[in-house]
Write a protein that binds this ligand. Structure first.
Ligand code: MN
Length: 256
């Protein structure tokens, strides 16, 4: 007895919808910019090998170059010093790439204040309405930021003080790190707020989630199509041996 045949039938008849939460990956995909004295991640680049021409008469293919953390991507625990002895991206158990998704929507708050930080009170208020965060769930933090995703300047929203993009308070990151969630998915370039270098601790989502063997998903799109509860998210990073993360296809399954 299995529900998988009903699941496949639901995919075929559209009663289960598949929603792509992934940003298209191209040379203009926004990347994280660190201060110039630090190492920098690469943009995505395609290098044509052949295109039905004398280099390969019947075939088209490319090499590509990219940062592990370019575009919609997966943060593995070993990305951060707090998780340096935990899994690399190839070691993350595949069972932990799939889970129920819950969505906390702070679009209105982020529209008013691009530096909006999710609070513990926001999370507990959500739990009072929808129930406790499920074990093994992806927490999707919806901010509306993906509307800026094809405009790197608007996406970074930087001034002389750095980037102004929404994130979480250190207290909220600590609270979530103590729950049974798999990790957090965001619409911004990284899981932390644009101003998080100045937080105590700096980059609290990275430090606390990855140190707690949880994961990050970034630059998600179409999260407005997800219900607050009831979707299932599949995150599929490449199994890069020793890798700290990977560009990732992220799909959501939603019952209609
Ligand atoms: Mn990352």
């Amino acid at each position: 007895m299995t529900d998988l045949s009903a699941f496949a039938a639901g995919l075929a008849d559209g009663s289960i919808e598949v929603i792509d939460l992934t940003s298209p990956l191209h040379a203009g995909t926004p990347i994280l910019m660190l201060p110039p004295e630090m190492g920098q991640t690469a943009r995505f680049e395609l290098e044509e090998i052949s295109r039905y021409d004398d280099r390969g008469p019947a075939w088209y293919w490319n090499n590509f170059r990219t940062g592990e953390h370019t575009g919609t991507h997966f943060d593995a625990p070993n990305h951060w010093v707090s998780g340096k002895d935990l899994d690399d991206v190839s070691q993350v158990p595949v069972k932990r790439l799939i889970g129920p998704a819950v969505v906390i929507d702070k679009t209105a708050e982020a529209a008013k204040d691009p530096d909006y930080l999710l609070t513990v009170e926001d999370i507990t208020a959500w739990e009072a309405e929808h129930g406790a965060l499920p074990e093994g769930a992806w927490l999707i933090y919806r901010t509306g930021w993906s509307a800026r995703g094809e405009d790197p300047e608007a996406f970074a929203n930087a001034d002389e003080n750095g980037a102004h993009t929404p994130g979480m308070s250190p207290e909220a990151a600590r609270y979530l790190a103590g729950t049974g969630i798999l990790g957090v998915g965001v619409e911004t370039v990284g899981t932390d707020a644009g101003g998080a270098f100045a937080f105590d601790p700096p980059f609290p989502c990275h430090a606390m989630f990855l140190g707690a063997n949880k994961y990050g998903l970034t630059q998600l799109r179409n999260v407005d199509a997800l219900p607050a509860t009831g979707a299932v998210v599949v995150a599929a990073p490449l199994p890069i041996v020793n890798g700290s993360g990977s560009p990732c296809r992220v799909l959501a399954l939603v019952a209609r």
